[in-house]
Design a binder for this molecule. Structure first.
Ligand SMILES: [Zn+2]
Length: 483
């Protein structure tokens, strides 16, 4: 096993004897193969590679080497409230965050959530994450969010947003312009990119969001927008964007559920990408996870987890949920036609593509990351767990990644050529600091809400569930008792 000092010494790294899912255009799989990383880039993929002297060797035998996964929509600040809203609906989420308590979050709370979320991402093999940061009610909040991202050796795209003000308000502030030029001069880097994050509510008669789109265009910033969220955003927003020329190949449509065929056609025709958060759509109610529709319309698909306030922050869960939801819908649609699905259209292989290349395409980073090919930046994940009975036999590689592996099987993670996790342990990451600052945030928020609101927020009322009368129920009568 490589020593930590070797891993952090910026020496070349080679993964040896792994099953390599290159995720290149041909989806080539190399067995018993090596991946060589020199500096920030992958320099070779193949068998028995010669390597420079001093190269750190990582034994990948029995494991799968694949590109780092990419999450295109995560509200990272909410990770400080991990699991709190597990039983929420979208309505309860909106009430808690937008109306009641979102403004309670201080800059240090945004920092704490982002820090933990960023570490959690790389630990789970998610090497690129879009921080859909929509609680930036002051510039101190914005700086705190970016500070956390720059402390963690992952690849991030910062999506600036603010649910506490309208997008045409916050995007017009001089301090917003100042923030962008201070933190993202030249539009950011491939390690820390920049987007603008805002939505168009269902009732937007005069399309005041137009001003924010114009700012984004002027800054050269892609827009990421929750689109097709039942009861919140929908076809009208898509139409307005289309008619004003704001739908571009760089636009990301988050959820993209509950839209009409016409809206899907507009997204496909303008080359935008969807960010599907299947665990979220299943639980919160934005609409049925839409991959079965998006596939029919030829829309580019990426995956995301949305928020740790409900769901798990690893893309194994996202891949598994997405494949299951897509197939469930395919069966259901067929059953409604009194037909049987004998061959699945969607394969595990395609879902792995969405978790890697799909994200890279959505973010305009496809020439940089998303596959294991010489010349690309080295974002690499080794899935290997010799102590697990679920890691052999390794027969169907894509199926294994989607349905068998989990975040606990992430053995080694490399981001931009740097080893950030090895042998199941984070390297050069201060988890203790994240634990401390998140602990402070939780204590503060508990105090701000008070015990009753804290408890009620976590445990929403359960509607009455009526059990249907069962005609076959056997009930005792006096006669049967006496018999
Ligand atoms: Zn979201």
């Amino acid at each position: 096993m490589a020593a930590e000092a070797d891993l952090t010494a910026a020496r070349p790294v080679v993964f040896r004897h792994g099953t390599v899912l290159t995720m290149d255009d041909a989806h080539r799989i190399e067995r018993d193969a090596d991946v060589l990383i020199e500096g920030e880039r992958i320099t070779a993929v193949g068998r028995n590679l010669p390597v420079p002297e001093g190269t750190v060797e990582i034994d990948a035998s029995g494991g799968v080497v694949m590109p780092g996964m990419i999450d295109t929509h995560r509200h990272m600040w909410q990770t400080a409230m991990r699991g709190y809203g597990a039983d929420w609906t979208l309505t309860q989420y909106f009430v808690w965050n937008y109306l009641q308590w979102g403004k309670s979050f201080r800059p240090e709370d945004i920092y704490a959530g982002n820090l933990l979320s960023a570490i959690e991402a790389i630990d789970a093999g998610v090497t690129t994450t879009v921080d859909w940061s929509h609680n930036l009610h002051t510039m101190e909040h914005a700086d705190a969010a970016v500070d956390a991202l720059t402390e963690v050796p992952g690849r991030f795209v910062f999506g600036y947003g603010n649910i506490q003000a309208a997008p045409w308000e916050w995007s017009a502030l001089p301090e917003f312009r100042d923030f962008v030029s201070r933190r993202f001069s030249g539009g950011g880097t491939d390690m820390l990119g920049f987007q603008m994050a805002f939505d168009i509510p269902l009732d937007s008669p005069d399309f005041r969001e137009k001003a924010a789109f114009e700012v984004a265009r002027e800054l050269g910033a892609p827009v990421t927008t929750h689109a097709g969220v039942r009861g919140a955003t929908g076809d009208n927003g898509i139409r307005l964007m289309y008619e004003h020329g704001f739908m571009t190949p760089a636009t990301i449509y988050v959820h993209a559920a509950s839209l009409s065929p016409d809206s899907y056609h507009r997204i496909a025709a303008t080359g935008g990408h969807a960010s599907v958060s299947t665990e979220s759509e299943c639980s919160a109610g934005q609409g049925y996870p839409p991959t079965w529709k998006l596939r029919e319309h030829g829309i580019g698909i990426s995956l995301s987890m949305d928020t740790s306030v409900w769901w798990s922050a690893d893309l194994f869960s996202a891949m598994r949920a997405t494949l299951s939801a897509d197939r469930a819908r395919e069966h259901l649609e067929a059953h409604n036609r009194d037909e049987t699905v004998t061959h699945h259209k969607l394969r595990a292989e395609q879902v792995v593509d969405w978790a890697t290349r799909g994200g890279a395409r959505a973010l305009g980073l496809d020439s940089v990351v998303g596959s294991l090919e010489p010349g690309k930046k080295a974002d690499v994940v080794l899935i290997k767990n010799d102590a697990s009975p679920a890691m052999f036999p390794l027969l169907n590689q894509y199926g294994h990644v989607v349905f068998q592996a989990g975040r606990g099987d992430v053995h080694t993670v490399v981001v931009n050529g740097r080893v950030v996790k090895h042998d199941h342990r984070l390297v050069g990451v201060d988890l203790g600091k994240a634990r401390a600052v998140v602990g402070q945030t939780v204590e503060y928020l508990k105090g701000a809400l008070g015990p009753q609101a804290w408890d009620e927020g976590m445990h929403p009322e359960i509607p009455e569930v009526r059990v249907i009368d069962n005609p076959y129920t056997y009930t005792y009568t006096q006669e049967t008792d006496q018999a």
